[in-house]
Design a binder for this molecule. Structure first.
Ligand code: ADP
Length: 324
């Protein structure tokens, strides 16, 4: 009745923004990601007949009511499927900042899906685990797999949707340099931000229209290991989704002044002939993709950038791991 799992966060190369179905948590656009070996969550789940409620600890503290409720929603799904009535003791640790735009929800719900279903005695395939993780956090569906992963768009009312692997971690020796700018939790959660963009941004329909094209370009670029083609489409996809956020009403600025300074650093590196490309998620941090051979120079340039407080160098990471 006990299991542990370890999952890595991922970075969307083709961005996900907008839901086709909020209740079923189905994305409105396809997305592609790279799993990141350095951004790790470890989760332990134990179903215990002595408990009269789920208990959830996150990063060594008691989870907030909202955090615990998201965990219990997934546990309820697993309990129904396993025909299990016991509550669970969950303890999870993110080895990087939580809820700060570094995708803790992706690794968090991937690790929880894997640990909880194993603890309940379910022997889920990776595809089934991915669909389970996706119901709690769409980006978590991608963190079940290692390397390069795609999550197709959903349609309102559809049943199951899971991510699928495109290429293993060994396919391409890329590095992603994560540059943390201002610390702290994001002000507008992704779900709320996506809904606000859908309802109010005049550019949302264009985003839905164009996102699949960037996705196709990025998939092709991954297969051909063409970093310039990947980087260009990734930056376009990033800026288009932020354009939707910024033009929502009220507007959502995930960027800080430091974000723009770091973007300038990346542009400067390109002017000096380094193929380095930036992306940002629903937070102020800048994540730069480059070849492994350029990683030290890119990191050094970002470490020297005003407002960058910390950097991580990550590479294509492994699939979720479970220990019973
Ligand atoms: P992020 O950019 O870190 O993904 P979000 O606001 O999208 O930020 O998601 C953060 C939320 O995900 C947390 O508030 C919590 O509810 C959930 N979460 C994060 N890490 C874990 C974890 N290890 N286990 C369970 N839930 C988690």
């Amino acid at each position: 009745m006990e299991a542990r799992a370890r999952a890595c966060a991922n970075i969307a190369l083709a961005k996900y923004w907008g839901k086709a179905d909020v209740k079923r948590n189905l994305p409105a656009v396809p997305s592609i990601s790279m799993t990141l070996d350095q951004l790790v969550t470890e989760t332990k789940v134990r179903f215990d007949p002595a408990l009269d409620a789920d208990t959830v600890r996150l990063d060594g503290r008691r989870a907030s009511t909202e955090e615990a409720a998201r965990v219990s929603t997934m546990l309820d799904r697993i309990r129904r499927e396993a025909k299990l009535r016991h509550f669970a003791r969950v303890s999870s640790h993110n080895h990087f900042p939580t809820a700060a735009g570094l995708a803790s929800s992706a690794s968090g719900f991937a690790a929880l899906a894997a640990a909880a279903s194993a603890a309940a005695g379910l022997r889920h395939s990776p595809r089934r685990l991915s669909a389970l993780a996706r119901a709690s956090s769409a980006s978590a569906a991608r963190s079940i797999y290692g390397g390069f992963v795609e999550l197709p768009a959903g349609r309102k009312g559809m049943g199951d949707l899971a991510a699928r692997p495109i290429a293993p971690p060994t396919h391409w020796n890329l590095r992603l340099i994560v540059a943390q700018t201002i610390p702290g939790q994001k002000k507008v959660g992704s779900t709320e931000g996506m809904e606000r963009s859908r309802r109010t941004s005049p550019f949302y329909d264009s985003w839905l229209d164009r996102a699949p094209k960037w996705c196709r370009t990025i998939k092709r670029a991954i297969k051909q290991r063409d970093l310039d083609a990947l980087g260009e489409a990734m930056e376009q996809s990033t800026l288009a989704f932020h354009c939707c956020a910024i033009t929502s009403n009220p507007p959502i600025f995930y960027w800080a002044p430091e974000t723009l300074v770091a973007l300038e650093t990346v542009r400067g590196l390109r002017e000096r002939g380094i193929s380095a490309w930036a992306t940002m998620d629903a937070g102020p941090h800048v994540k730069t993709l480059c070849d492994a051979s350029d990683a030290a120079r890119v990191r050094q340039a970002l470490d020297r950038t005003a407002g960058v407080t910390r950097t991580w160098v990550t590479k294509p990471g492994p699939e979720v791991e479970v220990h019973r």
